[in-house]
Design a protein around this ligand. Structure first.
Ligand code: FAD
Length: 479
C-alpha cells in the first residue's frame, strides 16, 4: 500500500479530510454515551461561578468546586461541545513534569520545582482514581513514559534532563535507558537511547472529558454547549456575555486554551502551534513484534516533538513533528493536509515494519504555547481566574489547574494555590506584527533543524540561529 500522505488521506478508497469530522477519540466516546443535551444559553441567568470553556480545565474546575461545595451554582459555557477542542483530540499522554525541570528550576528554584512536579504526579494518580470512582473507562493506564533519542544531539538533551533530575534529588523519577532498553519496550531502528519517566499514563482523552461532563451533569452543574462567550466583563459581579444571554456571577473562570489569544489581558501571553495526529488501522501482531505491548507512552526528543502511543485495539496514534504557528485559531489548526503529511511521514520513518498498515484517521488542534513552556494559573482580577499556556502538555496539568482554580474561587488557602506557577509574574511575547511573524518563522526553523539533525546532516546556520532566537531573547522555548 502506498504511503497515504499526500493531501487528504485515503480511507478505503474514500478521501478523509482532517477536520471534516471529529477526532477518532471523540467519535468513539460520543458513540458510547447516551445522548444528554446541554442546550445553548438563551436567557440571562445568575450563578455563583461561570466557567468559559468546556475542556479539561473548565470541567475539572467545576468538578473541584462541586467537591468543595455541592450547592454552588455553576454554569459552564462551551462554544462547541465539551471535549470538542484539544481535550477530546490530544494524544492522551498524562505525563509528569520531570522533563520540564530546566524551566521550572530556572523560574522558581529547585525546591518549588520539585513541589510542582510532585503536584503533577499526584494529579496523574488522581485522574486514575477519579475514573475508578465514577465508573469511567477512559483506558487509564500508568505504564510510564519513554523518551527515545533519534539523533546524536538528542542524547545530549537527554543527559541534561537526567542530570537535572539527579541534581534535585529525583534520580528515581527519570532514569537512563540504553538503546537496547528503549528498543526492548518499543523497537525502532531510529532509537539510539533515552530515558524512562515513571510519571506517565495514557488515557483515551475524549472518554475522560465526556465522563467528566457526565459526572458534572449528575452533580447539577449547568452546561450550555453551542454557546460562545463573546466577552467577560470583570465586574464585580463578573458577566459572561453571549449572543443570546448573559451569566452574571460572583466569579468567572476563563478556560479557553489557545483561544485566549483573542482575549484582552492574554494576547501577548500565548502563541499557538498546531499539532496533528495520525491513527493506524489495528495491527496488534506487529505491536507484539516490536515488543510494544506494555502501554508505555513514547516521544522523541525533537523540539518539534513526535509523540506516540498504542490503543486498546492495537493501533498506533502518532502525533507531532510538523505544523504551523499562528495568533488566530483558524482552519490551519484543524484542516492542514501538510501537517498531517508531516506526522504521517514521521510515523512511516520510525515504524518501517508498519509500511503495509494503513493510516485511517487524522486530526489536529491548537497548542497554547507560553513564553516559559509552562502553564500559568491565576487571577486576572480578584474574581476572574484563568489557566493557560500548557504548551502541549495539558492532560495532567489541567487537572491540577482545576484544583488551583477552584481554590482561587473559594479562597481556600491550600498547597495548590501556593504552587509557584500560581499568580507568578507573567512573561510576554512581543507585540504584533512581530509575534505572528516571529512565531511562524521560528516554528519552521525548529522543524528544519530537527529534521536535519535526525537525518545526520548539519542544519543550515541561519536556520539554527533562527531556531535558537527565542532562548537568546529570554524565552524558555526552542533548542
Ligand atoms: C493534537 C494534540 C495533541 C495533544 N496531545 C497531548 C498529550 O498527549 N498530552 C498532553 O498533556 N497534552 C496534549 N495536548 C494538549 C492538551 O490537549 C491541552 O493542553 C488540554 O486539552 C487543555 O485543556 P483546556 O481545557 O485548557 O483546553 P481545551 O480542551 O481547548 O478547552 C477549551 C475549550 O474552550 C472552548 N472555547 C474557546 N473559546 C470559547 C468562547 N469564547 N466561549 C465558549 N467556549 C470557548 C473551546 O471550544 C474548547 O472546547 C495536545 C493537543 C493537541 C491539539
Amino acid at each position: 500500500m502506498p504511503t497515504p500522505t499526500k493531501g487528504a488521506l485515503n480511507l478505503s478508497g474514500e478521501a478523509l479530510t482532517p477536520g471534516a469530522q471529529r477526532s477518532w477519540w471523540l467519535r468513539e466516546a460520543l458513540a458510547a454515551e447516551p445522548a444528554t443535551a446541554c442546550p445553548p444559553l438563551d436567557k440571562d441567568v445568575n450563578a455563583d461561578v461561570v466557567i468559559v470553556g468546556g475542556g479539561f480545565t473548565g470541567l475539572w474546575t467545576a468538578y473541584f468546586l462541586t467537591e468543595s461545595d455541592p450547592n454552588l451554582g455553576i454554569v459552564v459555557l462551551e462554544q462547541d461541545i465539551c471535549g470538542g477542542g484539544p481535550s477530546g483530540r490530544n494524544g492522551g499522554f498524562a505525563s509528569g513534569w520531570w522533563d520540564e525541570l530546566d524551566g521550572l528550576v530556572a523560574l522558581y528554584g529547585a525546591e518549588a520545582a520539585v513541589r510542582a512536579c510532585r503536584a503533577i504526579s499526584s494529579s496523574i494518580t488522581s485522574i486514575g482514581d477519579f475514573c475508578e470512582a465514577h465508573g469511567i473507562d477512559a483506558w487509564f493506564k500508568k505504564a510510564g513514559y519513554v523518551f527515545a533519542a533519534t539523533a546524536a544531539e538528542h542524547l545530549e538533551v537527554c543527559e541534561q534532563m537526567l542530570e537535572l533530575a539527579r541534581d534535585v534529588g529525583a534520580a528515581n523519577e527519570l532514569r537512563p535507558l540504553t538503546a537496547e532498553e528503549v528498543r526492548g519496550r518499543c523497537d525502532s531502528a531510529a532509537f539510539r537511547g533515552g530515558a524512562f519517566m515513571r510519571d506517565g499514563a495514557s488515557v483515551q482523552p475524549a472518554l475522560l472529558v465526556r465522563g467528566l461532563r457526565r459526572v458534572l451533569l449528575e452533580r447539577r452543574v449547568t452546561i450550555h454547549e453551542g454557546t460562545k462567550a463573546t466577552r467577560v466583563e470583570p465586574g464585580p459581579p463578573a458577566v459572561a456575555i453571549t449572543t443570546r444571554g448573559a451569566v452574571r456571577a460572583r466569579h468567572a473562570v476563563i478556560a479557553v486554551n489557545a483561544w485566549a489569544m483573542g482575549w484582552p489581558g492574554f494576547r501577548r501571553r500565548l502563541i499557538a502551534w498546531s499539532s496533528y495526529m495520525v491513527l493506524t488501522a489495528p495491527a496488534p501482531d506487529l505491536l507484539e513484534k516490536i515488543h510494544w505491548t506494555g502501554g508505555e507512552i513514547v516521544s522523541d526528543l525533537r523540539t518539534s516533538i513526535r509523540y506516540f502511543r498504542t490503543t486498546r485495539d492495537g493501533r498506533i496514534a502518532f502525533g507531532g513533528g510538523g505544523g504551523r504557528a499562528g495568533t488566530v485559531i483558524g482552519n490551519s489548526f484543524t484542516r492542514d493536509a501538510r501537517a498531517v503529511a508531516e506526522s504521517a511521514e514521521g510515523f512511516r520513518r520510525m515504524f518501517e515494519g508498519f509500511a503495509e498498515v494503513p493510516i485511517v484517521d487524522a486530526w489536529g488542534g491548537p497548542i497554547d504555547v507560553s513564553p516559559t513552556h509552562l502553564p500559568a494559573f491565576g487571577n486576572l482580577v480578584p474574581h476572574v481566574h484563568y489557566a493557560l499556556g500548557y504548551t502541549g502538555n495539558g492532560v495532567a496539568p489541567s487537572h491540577l489547574a482545576g484544583r488551583v482554580l477552584a481554590d482561587l474561587v473559594t479562597g481556600a488557602d491550600s498547597d495548590a494555590v501556593r504552587l509557584p506557577m500560581v499568580n507568578a509574574a507573567s512573561r510576554l511575547f512581543p507585540p504584533q506584527p512581530f509575534r505572528a511573524l516571529g512565531a511562524a518563522i521560528v516554528r519552521r526553523a525548529i522543524i528544519a533543524k530537527d529534521t536535519a539533525e535526525e537525518q545526520g546532516r548539519n542544519p543550515n546556520r541561519l536556520v539554527t540561529a533562527i531556531a535558537r532566537l527565542p532562548r537568546r531573547l529570554g524565552y524558555l522555548l526552542g533548542p
